[in-house]
Ligand binder design. Structure first.
Ligand code: PLP
Length: 364
């Protein structure tokens, strides 16, 4: 055990590939190091010879991949002397910003669309004590305001237009290559603001690029598949969408900020964008929980919905190694989960041994 070191987060682990110095005070909650779980039952169910792994980002400290970006963004904000951060959010960015602000001892302001944020995310943000500003408008409207506010108030923006967010999030690609020993053939992920697909592509490229200081870890790069919700699919439409709608609130975004980054990932990797209905997304979410024991939030399941669709139609051939990012934890959105299971009536019986025994034997 002597040479075992305590895991302290993504910045410490990938320090040589991140913009920090020896003196930088790291603001961390031990994010990252999330499991890469190989699916066992779903490949058998669909009868295809494919290796599907899910990178379960729902197991980060605030329950989504946003923590990877936030540890970097808040670390740099503090290093630059900032006393307050701000973001527009569909929920997960606000939860992460709030938590890391507490850790750093600075203030967090979050703009959220009224009534359109999942219950768990709202609960987190309240508990962390962020200053919540609800707006009568969607994420895109909040983002517009946040982009202008730093000219008027002393706050650092921690949305993914902050380049440190992308740098933090690219570490998920490093972890996947480290775990598999190489890049996968295909990488599937949900696309909202498109910061994450931009970050993964940056990560895969950096891990396959020799430079004076960075030895290449892999030469291989995956094909990047970006999947959207049908009602919020600007990359599929190749145009901004003004009134995005989807049950997957984390990707209910019509004006993605990382527009160019996502197109670069698509073009350079030979990938594509596609969209799926809310019904398809929820079916994939249910499939993951009921066949694999993995509970992600609706937006996250878009990656599996897309992968299964592209495996079925041959865009992703048999023999492929596929990674799907599960961006957030299912516990964040209990309302959607419970409404999906309204046919599973729990039985109520007498509190006796006999009654419980009968209930068990009757359903075996
Ligand atoms: C933020 C988020 C997304 C979308 O990521 P982008 O970088 O905006 O494309 C998807 N799923 C979940 C759970 C998220 O929190």
């Amino acid at each position: 055990m002597a040479n075992q070191t305590r895991y302290t987060g993504i910045i410490e682990r990938y320090r040589d590939r991140l913009p920090v110095s020896a003196d930088t005070r790291l603001i961390s909650l031990c994010e990252g190091n999330t499991p890469l779980i190989q699916l066992q039952n779903i490949p058998r169910l669909i009868g295809k010879d494919v290796d599907i792994y899910v990178k379960f980002e729902g197991l980060n400290p605030t329950g989504s991949f946003k923590d990877r970006g936030m540890t970097m963004a808040v670390t740099k904000a503090v290093e630059e002397g900032s006393q307050a951060i701000i973001c527009a959010s569909t929920g997960n960015t606000s939860a992460a910003a709030a938590a890391y602000a507490v850790r750093a001892g600075i203030k967090a302001f979050v703009l959220i669309p009224e009534g359109k944020i999942a219950l768990g995310k709202l609960a987190q943000t309240l508990m962390y004590g962020a200053q919540i500003i609800q707006i009568n408008g969607n994420f895109d409207a909040g983002m517009d305001i946040v982009k202008k506010i730093s000219d008027h108030a002393p706050v650092t923006i921690v949305n993914s237009i902050n380049p440190y967010r992308i740098d933090g999030q690219k570490t998920a690609a490093f972890e996947i290559v480290d775990a598999l020993g190489d890049a996968p053939d295909f990488h599937c992920l949900p696309v909202g603001n498109a910061g994450n697909i931009t970050a993964y592509w940056k990560g895969y490229k950096e891990y396959s690029t020799d430079s004076a200081t960075h030895k290449a870890v892999t030469k291989k790069r995956p094909v990047m598949c970006g999947y959207q919700a049908a009602g919020a699919a600007p990359f599929v439409a190749r145009a901004m969408v003004d009134n995005p709608e989807t049950v997957a609130t984390a990707i209910r975004i019509g004006h993605p900020q990382s527009w160019d980054g996502a197109w670069t990932a698509q073009k350079q990797s030979g990938g594509w964008f596609e969209s799926f209905t809310d019904q398809q997304i929820l079916a994939a979410q249910k499939m993951l929980s009921s066949y694999e024991g993995i509970f992600c939030e609706p937006a996250s399941a878009t990656s599996l919905a897309g992968a299964l669709h592209d495996i079925a139609n041959g865009n992703i051939p048999e023999g492929s190694k596929i990674v799907c990012t599960l961006t957030g934890n299912g516990i964040k959105d209990p309302d959607i989960a419970i409404s999906q299971c309204k046919d599973a009536h729990p039985v109520t019986i007498d509190a006796t041994l006999d009654a419980v025994k009968k209930a068990i034997l009757d359903s075996m």
